[in-house]
Design a protein around this ligand. Structure first.
Ligand code: PLP
Length: 460
């Protein structure tokens, strides 16, 4: 499989190169040159085998014979449920797919446990090392760290805003005892951390010396790994199904669209937003205008510019990279994306519906699901189940599956506010608050942060 850029002006790459590149050289995102059809996935013996079968057309021979299958089995063995992503019924036509049984309790583990292993495999084959630097406000950092801990060819340095992540989120990063994992608190905000990371990438000498790399949600391999659970849901419920997705960067919904494009019997998507509802506004009214990000109870969805939307836009544009680049340049300059109404209508209508769920409705929904089923759900999942209930299935009587993106114990304050119960951490994290933390504190100063990264990276 070859990969092309959504902006049409970068060289085509193979899978392994696209994996390591992340962003394309023209600023675009890599997508497969064509969409394969789903291989025969009926009755695989387990989730890992299904995953290897679904991803095989995208990976080809790039990892070596049998390696994709091996890595899938290793990655999904870290999940604490034999079904890996179990389905739970919460009403006659409403289901939840629990994507949070991985090491860090959020759905990002599904992709990052695999992608970390893929990085290490490809780097070993090429005799290379990289240093991953990233900024996190919570979930991504811990999932990335857990995905690459112990990797021989990867060092990772994660910056987080001092005092602004939850205790659980911070400890999930700072208690990982692995020589290639480094975290540092920055005396500043999440935006300051992100600016520091951007500045490190912009420093060409630093970037080359340390072979800087990122594991952010624009990496194709993350999108690819997420296609699998949509196929699993539609298979298990014998389709057609409607999938409902709590959404931030659009990466997760995009993976669902790809599963549908490959032939999985999914007849539509419900995009769930919190108060940061740019995607819901676009889908419902064609209005994609950025506003200030407001903090909510579902912080991993507090995003205004959804980076992965670019991949869908490329498809809406009939894969015209020049037009996509032009639209995005204008979007960055004006804060408003313009798409022709009939183009939007033809592509969006029928496939996507959207609903917005503010904090008050989120709390009400956590309470309602607990009262009616006895199940505790996290605030991100709650935006989804509320949207799923409000909009219902595309085909009357068929199931709606909401993706449960985080374990309730990851956001105990909101759950307690709604139900009076503070969800406990699962057994493998029960001693999280007794584990020693390994972290430092630095001022918001590029020079000091760069010295730190150099001092810990094996390339430094
Ligand atoms: C990252 C995240 C999301 C948003 O996923 P996107 O791929 O950015 O749409 C939703 N819920 C949780 C818990 C997350 O960690």
């Amino acid at each position: 499989m070859r990969y092309v850029s959504t902006r049409g002006a970068a060289p085509e790459l193979g899978f392994a190169e696209a994996l390591l590149a992340g962003l394309a050289s023209d600023g675009g995102l890599y997508v497969p040159a064509s969409w394969p059809t789903l291989p025969d996935t009926s009755r695989p013996p387990d989730y890992a085998s299904l995953a290897a079968a679904v991803m095989a057309p995208f990976v080809g021979d790039d990892l070596g014979p049998g390696m994709l299958e091996t890595l899938c089995h290793e990655a999904y063995a870290t999940f604490r449920h034999p079904a890996v992503v179990p389905l739970v019924q919460i009403d006659h036509d409403q289901w939840v797919m629990e994507l949070f049984h991985g090491p860090t309790l959020a759905f990002k583990d599904v992709a990052l446990q695999l992608v970390g292993r893929m990085f290490d495999t490809v780097l070993a084959q090429q005799g290379r090392r990289i240093t991953i630097v990233g900024a996190t406000s919570g979930d991504t950092g811990s999932a990335a760290i857990d995905g690459v801990k112990g990797c021989e060819h990867v060092d990772i340095v994660i910056l987080y805003p001092a005092g602004r992540t939850s205790d659980v989120q911070r400890r999930q990063m700072t208690t990982v005892d692995s020589p290639n994992v480094h975290t540092v608190a920055i005396d500043g905000t999440f935006d300051d951390c992100q600016d520091l990371v951007k500045a490190m990438f912009a420093d060409a000498a630093f970037r080359d010396d340390l072979q800087l790399s990122a594991v952010n949600s624009i990496n194709w391999a993350r999108v690819m790994a997420q296609v699998v659970y949509y196929v699993a849901a539609a298979d298990a419920l014998a389709g057609p199904v409607t999938m409902c997705v709590p959404t931030g960067n659009f990466g997760n919904v995009l993976s669902g669209w790809i599963a549908q494009r490959m032939g999985s019997p999914i007849d539509g998507f419900i995009v769930a937003s919190n108060a940061n509802d740019i995607l819901a506004r676009f889908i419902n009214d064609g209005d994609m205008t950025t506003r200030d990000v407001v903090p909510t109870l579902s912080p991993s969805m507090d995003i205004q510019v959804s980076s992965n939307f670019e991949r869908l836009l490329f498809e809406m544009n009939g894969r015209d990279g020049g037009l996509t680049a032009e639209q995005l340049t204008r979007f960055r300059a004006t804060g408003a994306l313009h798409v022709e109404p009939d183009q939007r209508a033809g592509f969006i209508e029928g496939a996507f519906r959207a609903a917005r769920c503010d904090d008050e409705a989120t709390i009400d929904e956590i309470r309602r699901v607990y009262a009616t089923t006895g199940m505790l759900i996290d605030p991100h999942t709650a935006t989804g189940t509320a949207a799923a209930r409000a909009l219902g299935p595309v085909t009357p009587g068929s199931p709606v599956v909401t993706l449960a993106t985080a374990h309730p114990a990851k956001f105990p304050d909101a759950v307690e506010r709604a139900t009076g119960f503070r969800p406990g951490l699962p057994e493998h994290l029960a001693d999280l608050f007794d584990r020693p933390e390994r972290t430092g504190l630095l001022p918001n100063d590029l020079g000091q942060v760069q010295s730190f990264v150099r001092s810990v990276s094996r390339l430094g």
